[in-house]
Design a protein around this ligand. Structure first.
Ligand code: GLN
Length: 542
């Protein structure tokens, strides 16, 4: 029997609901239950694919090619379950589905309304998960009280009613702000937030109270009294120094016990959390240090490179090293042409990106890494820029560029208008929609035997997730290989370059896909493990 846990948030946004949900998933797994996590996003975009990373953080791509919310990345990193298209839905998608049905005549005769048509569509999305796991954890994006959230809250209220208390549970995450002048934590915003939730008919049975400091027993008692919640179900969720400590901290405060208690499930046995203890230990007590420069564009918002950030940490965990990540705006290498910021770094990573701004700076960073034998990891855009650099500096194509920035003479990177996926042909044009039309999701690649990547992966057949519109132009392969840039990974039909590397460089690898989407703290991605290892070796040289 599947049990449903709904997680809402109150008081402010950015409370870490996604992390909390992921951590609860990991705890239930550690107790031997299967879990599935999903997220309902109240915004009107059909998916986050067209939103700027500045606005909404990274877009997380699933194997089945969905562009989803970055919280799905947390879910996957904490539970190891690959996220799917059907794990994330937005208001935009819900309305698109309902309106398509209305046009088809599915509701013939009826007036189409938020209740029941929109709420039914939301409930169908949730119900689809029935039977897929012991627990379905469903996070509602946004904050209680937002206009956009209302249909979602109404839908989960109805769903909770239909399932009954034995199968549905509401957890509310709130904040206890500390007011320095009063010298205390305030519970009033939490009381108001619960009231707001009760106002739409949802009674939370567990409260997760975020706070930057210890919460006194008296305060917890007060919240329990005012919010009509069992005292031991008002759970402190204090800030921790690494996100991978969250499962341990929530367990210590009794979150998983209380969830089981709500469903009347036994909890005699302590869960085995040794995996998490080990990860936290390695993060907190590293033996070595390594400095990585990430040369990108969205460097002032942490969330825009979420998975990348975590994957570098995972690479550090595997090497017992603390990874110091220095985000550098690539444009700095364009203005004064000095590479001073890269002097002394142990590794350079150029991540995914879109558009012309900053591209020349990334090309400079790739050149610096190649010439100075500094480990270089180019991901998607970072691979494309490294290939342009090789074409310009080594193969003599001075005007080599990507058609992403406009028409050019030597289109070393160009728009791919046709390719195959399995047995299906995919087609794109210059003027097709921008939403959901990139090469998206998992594609297989064949690695060249004996290459560095084949050695790192320990196999010659891989599958990785993609999200890009442009491709390295196969017509330049021969000239570039003559100059030492090996095309060591290709699509199985041999048409799309997937990986390039220099054989005569300690570590210079560019990949057209996004390996950071599949790395987990307990199963770090081999490329990140190897990159950090190479950077550590480089550190010993300087
Ligand atoms: N802008 C490039 C493309 O569309 C790279 C995309 C990316 O780095 N994800 O091909």
């Amino acid at each position: 029997m599947t049990r449903f846990v709904f997680i809402t948030g109150g008081v402010v946004s950015s409370l870490g609901k996604g992390l909390g949900s992921a951590a609860l998933g990991a705890l239930l797994q550690a107790r031997g239950y299967s879990v599935r996590l999903c997220k309902l996003d109240p915004y009107l975009n059909v998916d986050p694919g067209t939103m700027s990373p500045f606005q909404h953080g990274e877009v997380y791509v699933t194997d089945d090619g969905a562009e989803t919310d970055l919280d799905l990345g947390h879910y996957e990193r904490f539970t190891g379950n690959p996220a799917k298209q059907m794990d994330n839905i937005t208001t935009g998608r819900i309305y698109t589905n309902v309106l398509a049905r209305e046009r088809r005549g599915d509701y013939l005769g009826a007036t189409v309304q938020v209740i029941p048509h929109i709420t039914d569509e939301i409930k169908d999305f949730i119900r689809e998960k029935d039977g897929s796991a012991d627990f379905v954890l469903c996070e509602i994006g946004g904050t209680v009280g937002d206009i956009e959230s209302l249909p979602f809250l109404e839908a989960i209220r109805q769903f909770g009613n239909e399932m009954g208390r034995e199968r549905a549970l509401f957890i509310h995450v709130t904040l206890l702000p500390y007011i320095p002048a009063a010298g205390e934590l305030k519970t009033k915003p939490t009381q108001h937030s619960v009231k707001e939730l009760m106002g739409v008919g949802i009674r939370p049975r567990i409260l997760l109270c975020r706070s930057d400091r210890e919460i006194e027993k008296d305060e917890l008692r007060k919240i329990a009294l005012f919010c009509n919640i069992d005292e031991n179900k008002v759970i402190p969720a204090l800030d921790v120094s690494t996100i991978y400590e969250v499962p341990l901290s929530y367990h210590a405060e009794g979150l998983d016990n209380q969830v089981l208690d709500c469903f009347g499930l036994p909890d005699e046995k302590e869960p085995d959390l040794s995996v998490w203890k080990n990860i936290v230990h390695r993060i907190k007590e590293p033996e070595k240090n390594v400095n990585i420069a990430v040369v990108g564009k969205y460097t002032n918002l942490n969330d825009s490179y979420k998975s990348l950030n975590e994957s570098l940490i995972h690479g550090g965990i595997a090497n017992n090293a603390k990874v110091n990540i220095n985000y550098i705006e690539s444009t700095v290498f364009e203005n004064d042409n000095t590479m001073a910021e890269l002097e002394g770094v142990n590794g350079i990573l150029v991540p995914g990106g879109f558009g012309e701004r900053g591209a020349e700076g990334k090309i400079q960073a790739a050149k610096f890494a190649r010439e100075n034998k500094v480990p270089y990891f180019g991901i998607c855009f970072g691979m494309q820029m490294a290939v342009i650099e090789a074409a310009r500096s080594l193969a003599g194509y001075d005007r080599a560029n990507s058609t992403e920035f406009g028409p050019c003479d030597n289109a070393v990177v160009g728009l791919m208008t046709e390719w195959t996926r399995g047995n299906e042909k995919e087609e794109r044009g210059n003027d097709t929609d921008l939403g959901g039309t990139m090469r998206l999701g998992a594609y297989p690649a064949a690695l060249k035997a004996g290459s560095k990547v084949a050695e790192i992966y320990g196999t010659t057949e891989i599958s990785e997730r993609h999200r890009h519109r442009y491709e390295v132009n196969i017509n330049f392969k021969e000239q570039l290989e003559e100059k030492g840039l090996v095309f060591s990974g290709m699509s199985p039909d041999g048409r799309l370059p997937e990986i390039v590397e220099y054989a005569d460089h300690p570590w210079f690898i560019g990949v057209q896909y996004h390996p950071e989407l599949k790395s987990k703290p307990f199963d770090p991605h081999p490329l990140f493990v190897s990159f950090i290892d190479a950077a550590l070796k480089q550190g010993q040289l300087v």
